[in-house]
Every structure is written in structure tokens, then in C-alpha cells.
Design a binder for this molecule. Structure first.
Ligand code: ADP
Length: 268
């Protein structure tokens, strides 16, 4: 803490007050430190695909473009890396908008069960790997006020992680439970994948945090998916957390408040 003092003095010369302002410099230092780390992370994340692209483009320019077999492969690499950079920049823009509160929610009341089913259907129809989907959802409508695009993005991030880390033949379970006393829904998505070590559990929601950098980079991740999910769920007055057992699987939970059904005025 740093203190700065100001004396309040009357024209007559009498001192009749003293103002002490305490600045929490440790907090400021922490913010500065985080900002520096963030810039270092972004630079690193962009440099990796750029240097990869440079070497493949150099090889192409030096003659590989004439090789019918090699050229398409090298071009494919540069395309993959470009797409990774686009994903990264889009994720960064999203986070920056949330940080500066430069976004507007377009909240509507939706039946979460129907909404969730639609998203799961999309993944089920396009999945190429051998995973089984299990749905444990209420048999009735549950009304939640949400921004459909934002919560779709949250679910996309969580579900694509569950798919990425699932073993062949694994099961992914989608559940929604109604918690009446808290007036909220508890949503969970669980997989039977590699899991997350205990020490890393709370950190996976931090920006750029990855348990295994090399592996997740190979899987095309940006390290920002869960950080974005957390910002969005918090902005909907919900919480998000994870539980996991290494080698057994991971379960991501989040809550969202239930919308009160419109009360009919009953004055008569
Ligand atoms: P990424 O783009 O790297 O997937 P995320 O923010 O989505 O970034 O996730 C952060 C890290 O949390 C991942 O790199 C991975 O190490 C870990 N993780 C997230 N979901 C799972 C999961 N379902 N199973 C195992 N590890 C996971």
C-alpha cells in the first residue's frame, strides 16, 4: 500500500482536516504483470504459426512448388496455420470486447432443453469419430433468458473440447438439472478422456492456460475457449467450473438462472 496525504487548511490558517488516500499498488502491479504476460502470450501464439508458414513458403519458393506431391501438402500446412491464426485473432477480439464491455447482449427467453438439443444434434450429425452421445435432459421445457449466439459459443467450446479429448469409443454425457431452490439450471458435459490434473483444474479457465501445450496446440486449440466461456457465463449471472479424474474423464459444469414464468396479474 502507498499512502498520499493532503492537508485541508482554511484561509485563516487553521488545519481542519487530513485526507489520506491509500493506493493498492500490489493490485496495480498484478494487473501490469498480467498485461505483460498476456502480450507475451499473444506474441508467442502468433509467432509459432507464422514461423511455420515462413519455412513452408520458403521451401515452396525454392522449388517445391514444382513437385506435384509435396506442393499440395505444404500448401495445406500454410492453410491450417492461417486458419489457426484467424481463430486466435477472433478469440482475442471476442475477449477484448468483453473486457471493454463493448458488447450488447441480445437476450431472449428460450426453452433451454430445446436449445441444447439443437446444438447436440449439430455435433452428432457432423461427428466423424466414434463417440456415443448420451442425453440426460428434463422432459419439460425450462425457460432461460440468454443470448443465443453467446451461449452457443460457450457450448461449442466445451463440446469441441470433450470431442477432442475423448478416446475412440468414448461416451459424452449431456445433462441439465433443474435446481429449484436456487432457481437455476445446472448444465454438465462429461467425457471419458484424458482428464485434467487436480492442480490445473481451476486454471483451465485462465487465458492461454493449457495443461499440455504441445498436445493442445497439435489439436488446434487457442487456449482461449474456456476463458471466453467463463466471461460469457459470468455475464449471464452464472458460474462455471470443472471436475476431473486423470485418465478417467472431465466434467464441465455451468449454471444459468431460470426465468420466472410471466406472472399473470391477478388483482381481481
Ligand atoms: P484449448 O483451445 O487449448 O482447448 P481451452 O481454453 O478450451 O483451450 O482449454 C484449456 C485447456 O484445458 C486445454 O488446453 C486442455 O489442456 C484442458 N481441457 C479443456 N477441456 C478438456 C477436456 N474435456 N479434457 C481434458 N482437458 C481439457
Amino acid at each position: 500500500l502507498r499512502a498520499s496525504n493532503s492537508i485541508i487548511q482554511k484561509e485563516t490558517g487553521f488545519i481542519n482536516g487530513l485526507i489520506t488516500v491509500l493506493h493498492d499498488i500490489t493490485e496495480q502491479e498484478k494487473i501490469d504483470q498480467e498485461r505483460r504476460e498476456f502480450v507475451a502470450n499473444v506474441s508467442h501464439e502468433l509467432r509459432t504459426p507464422l514461423t511455420t508458414m515462413r519455412s513452408y513458403l520458403e521451401a515452396l519458393a525454392e522449388g517445391a512448388w514444382k513437385d506435384d506431391e509435396i506442393a499440395p501438402k505444404f500448401l495445406d500446412v500454410t492453410q491450417t496455420e492461417t486458419e489457426r491464426m484467424i481463430r486466435l485473432v477472433n478469440d482475442l477480439l471476442q475477449l477484448s470486447k468483453m473486457d471493454t464491455r463493448d458488447y450488447r447482449f441480445n437476450k431472449v427467453s428460450v426453452d433451454f432443453v430445446e436449445f441444447f438439443n439443437r446444438i447436440i444434434d449439430r455435433f452428432e450429425l457432423s461427428k466423424s469419430q466414434d463417440v456415443t452421445f448420451v442425453r440426460d435432459l428434463p422432459g419439460e421445457a425450462v425457460w432461460v433468458s440468454l443470448d443465443e449466439d453467446k451461449i452457443t459459443q460457450v457450448l461449442d467450446n466445451i463440446i469441441s473440447n470433450a470431442m477432442k479429448y475423448s478416446p475412440e469409443g468414448g461416451t459424452i454425457t449431456f445433462a441439465v438439472h433443474i435446481e429449484e431452490t436456487a432457481n437455476q439450471i445446472l448444465v454438465s458435459i462429461s467425457d471419458q478422456g484424458v482428464g485434467i490434473p487436480k492442480a490445473d483444474l481451476s486454471k483451465v479457465f485462465d487465458r492461454f492456460y493449457r495443461v499440455d501445450k504441445a498436445r493442445t496446440r497439435m489439436l488446434g486449440g487457442t487456449g482461449l475457449g474456456l476463458a471466453i466461456a467463463k466471461e460469457m457465463i459470468n455475464a449471464h449471472n452464472g458460474d462455471i467450473w470443472a471436475s476431473s479424474q486423470e485418465g478417467k474423464g472431465t466434467k464441465i459444469f455451468f449454471t444459468l438462472p431460470i426465468t420466472q414464468e410471466e406472472q399473470k396479474d391477478d388483482w381481481s
